[in-house]
Design a protein around this ligand. Structure first.
Ligand SMILES: Nc1ncnc2c1ncn2[C@@H]1O[C@H](COP(=O)(O)OP(=O)(O)O)[C@@H](O)[C@H]1O
Ligand SMILES: N[C@@H](CCOP(=O)(O)O)C(=O)O
Length: 355
């Protein structure tokens, strides 16, 4: 019998100022994956529409979605069944809106559905976390809402080991080997490594995201961060993070409190040389732009997130204007796109229909 699986995974914005690797919010922009499984098919084929259609690999062990799904299948001693897979992805790649997190979530759900593994949402979260390595964007995309999260136990170690295996080329041969039935299985992550709470974000808040035309890989943006921080900077972030989580949940959020609580000293400053114009953008205040609550880098950047209760177009245009008068790495003004998005309560969803 043939089967059609449809999976929708939302984009995310994470960090939200002081909440580096902690805070994430689900955005109203979705990746849609459609898989048609049929006994008449011989292999997994992939087609892609959406952002950066020429750079996304379409081979199973290179594409992040199918590579993730292959790993999950291999852990369970099965391989992905033949299917026609179509990815429609409007989430811009390498911009700090969680495209890789959404792809990993989609891959885990795909394996769970296609191979009928019966994994719970929390177990799927374990797999997503061990692949992505940090919980903020993954939790927002899979679980949904305005989330605060952390990793329990030694997941960071497991994440490093998985990537060491991948770097050394051992993971993919293992997966190939599993498909041929000849080698041992990759090890599953330990159970229950994700911890999160969903916070009741004020209904008045919308997310204005200003997306520049250039990419910044999360890997690069993480590599410029120091290993050790001055105590005063850590305390600065902790104080603001605690206040921010509550201030953003007030029925009528205070721009004065949110704006100062969205300041950060542990990631944005270290990344600012990768995003021209950033200091000037982050200096915009609610006094300059009524309706603005706070402004920060979205995820690992380079997108800027403005949380606001009104005046959305003007806020977007102001940031766009600063980028137009800044010079990018190619010596040209930085072009950008503005999206005004909602923070959604729901994360990924899926359905499977017999044809
Ligand atoms: N839908 C997708 N299908 C396949 N690969 C994807 C998809 N989305 C993201 N990726 C991979 O993830 C990379 C971007 O990840 P990353 O640097 O973490 O940026 P982001 O901030 O967008 O998550 C892309 O270059 C691509 O390799
Ligand atoms: N906390 C991470 C978030 C990365 O999010 P992404 O949307 O850029 O993938 C970080 O800041 O590195």
């Amino acid at each position: 019998m043939s089967r059609k699986i449809t999976i929708r995974v939302p984009a995310s914005t994470s960090n939200i100022g002081p909440g580096f690797d902690v805070l994430g919010a689900t955005l109203s922009l979705h990746l849609t994956l459609t898989a048609t499984l049929s006994p008449t098919l011989q292999s997994v084929s992939i087609t892609y529409t959406g952002n950066n259609p020429h750079t996304v690999p379409l081979t199973v062990l290179d594409n992040l979605i199918t590579r993730t799904a292959s790993y999950i299948a291999a852990v369970h001693n099965v391989s992905l069944p033949p299917m026609d897979l179509h990815i429609d992805n409007p989430i811009p790649l390498g911009r700090g809106l969680g495209s890789s997190g959404a792809a990993v979530v989609a891959g885990v759900i795909l394996a769970n559905q296609a191979c009928q593994l019966g994994l719970s949402k929390d177990r799927m979260l374990d797999f997503c976390l061990v692949i992505e390595g940090h919980p903020d964007n993954i939790t927002a995309s899979l679980i949904g809402g305005f989330c605060a999260s952390y990793l329990a136990a030694s997941v960071e170690q497991e994440h490093r080991e998985l990537h060491e295996l991948e770097k050394s080329g051992k993971l993919i041969p293992k997966l190939n080997g599993v498909a041929n039935g000849s080698v041992g299985l990759p090890v599953p992550p330990i159970e229950n490594i994700g911890r999160y709470v969903r916070l009741p974000l004020s209904k008045a808040i919308r997310a204005v995201v200003i997306i520049p035309k250039f990419e910044l890989s999360t890997k690069l943006a993480r590599s410029v961060l120091p290993d050790v921080y001055p105590r005063a900077d850590v305390v600065f972030n902790l104080q603001r993070l605690a206040v921010l989580t509550s201030a953003l949940c007030a029925e009528v959020p205070s721009p004065d409190i949110v704006y100062t609580a969205m300041q950060d000293k542990i990631h944005q400053h270290y990344r600012q040389h990768l995003v021209p114009g950033l200091p000037q953008i982050l200096a915009l205040t609610p006094q300059d732009l009524p309706g603005l609550l706070g402004i920060c880098v979205s995820g690992a950047g380079p997108t800027v997130l403005a949380l606001a209760t009104g005046n959305f177009e003007e806020i977007g245009a102001k940031v766009q204007g600063i980028w137009t008068s800044s010079v990018g790495a190619d010596g040209k003004p930085i072009e950008s796109e503005v999206l005004i998005l909602d923070v959604l309560k729901d994360g990924a969803s899926w359905e499977s229909v017999d044809l």
